[in-house]
Design a protein around this ligand. Sequence first.
Ligand code: HEM
Length: 498
Amino acid sequence: MADSALYTYILAALVAILLYRWRFVNLYDIPTIGPSVPFLSYIGAIRLLSHAKDMLQEGYQKHKGGIFKIAMLDRWLVVVSGPKLVEELRKLPDEQVSFLEAAQDLVQMKYTFGHEVHDDPIHVEIIRAHLTRHIASIFPDVRDEIVSAFNDHIPATSDQWMPVSVLPVMQNIVARVSNRVFVGLPMCRHEEYLRLAITHTMTVARTRNLLTWFPEPLKPIIGFFVNESRRGLKHGKAYLGPTIQDRLNKMRDFGADWSDKPDDMLQWTIDLATDKGKGIGQIVQYVLLTNFAAIHTSSNSFTQALYHLAANPEYIKPLREEVDTVIKEEGWTKVAMQKLKKLDSFMRESQRMNGINGISLMRKAMKDIRFSNGLFIPAGTMIVAPAVAMHMDDENYTNADVFDPWRFSDLRGEEGEITKHQFVSTSVDYIAFGHGKHACPGRFFAANELKAMLAHTVMNYDVKFENEGVRPPNVWFATTVSPDPTAKVLFRKRQDCF
Ligand code: HEM
């Protein structure tokens, strides 16, 4: 009897502490979409898995220009909306809000890619400082791999329509083209390496989902035992290790006299990593992490654009005419890609309507923060912006729910608006690539690659859906957005091609 009274007191004390923290310490003042009371908030978290789009939209409509919160299974997401607050979030320095720590929480980077990679993300520097600057010189390789990969994966003829499962095929093509640049030939065509590059994302997601259920102090132990991505590292080392070792040997033997030293992404990574005393395992992790950031983002983005094209084949002709004119003048070059204004607009408009995630600008508050509207956000909170709701707001885009392929190329004609509306440009209203200091560093490479792929598609194929004119709806899982993974597009080799 005494025991049960003791347990009742302990339970009552715990509930009181929880209610006190909920009311006075946590994010009580921030309005909630779904229940906010402890435990009941899990109802909202579970609803988020299948209704994130509606919940983010509801929050945006009720609190536009303000802040609201949504429960996830392991944390609250605090959503800031409207240009003023997005700009404030963008401007906050890394000491106050950290992209890296947000990524750690959302991807569990320390366990899925390793502490060294998390603590020293040199791949970002390599993408910014080397990859982006070399786009013109690597473009011939990108083009060569696009032609070869499309021929292998979409061998359509001109006399009949070939059904193609677009998303998996585009994952393969994007993986191959990107890896032509990341690790070069012959590895970019190695089937098992490509399978690893594509599936590693899923492996990371599985490890991350599992770790979510454990409290922070247990994560290193659980991470050690259940971390599937270690197997990815083992396989990655088996594929890339011998090439890396060979290059390390030559660096040691020839030093500055190594006359035919490769000038490619793998070598930039090796150079910077060895300068910092890192080994083969970490070099492989950087390559895997770059693939993780590049492949699913880019293949989703391309598939979305292709679905718009297949649902509206009347857009093929104007795109084809533009590509034809520009390529005759410039050949298949980076300069040509810059001149493809309609095609650029098509990609940007597709990504406006179908980004890779319903939220963007993910940041973790490292210190207590007070926004200009007076709202207080305690250290440790995850802050995001509602990308899809903002992109679909009529105040930001006229007839925002209508796919208008030339929306941005028309705007580019206006005085002083030349660069603002390009595929790669970010703003407080366009956050598909994030915005500010941590905006996607790979977007310049991605834009060139994806535009070259779309240009190749319109120059070589006719496309349509079997169910003509009907675009399959996007699939949401929690806040992630994907094109229908099962949809097929019919491809036919262009009859007036040669
Ligand atoms: C259409 C394709 C892509 C989309 C939609 C996309 C989107 C994004 C977004 C939304 C972010 C977070 C930005 C923020 O929160 O402010 C990001 C970050 C990042 N992306 Fe991309 N991305 C794409 C392609 C790529 C490619 C091809 C690469 C590599 C070559 C890449 C590498 C990265 C990296 C390394 C980061 C982290 C940046 C940092 O730590 O500061 N992305 N991307």
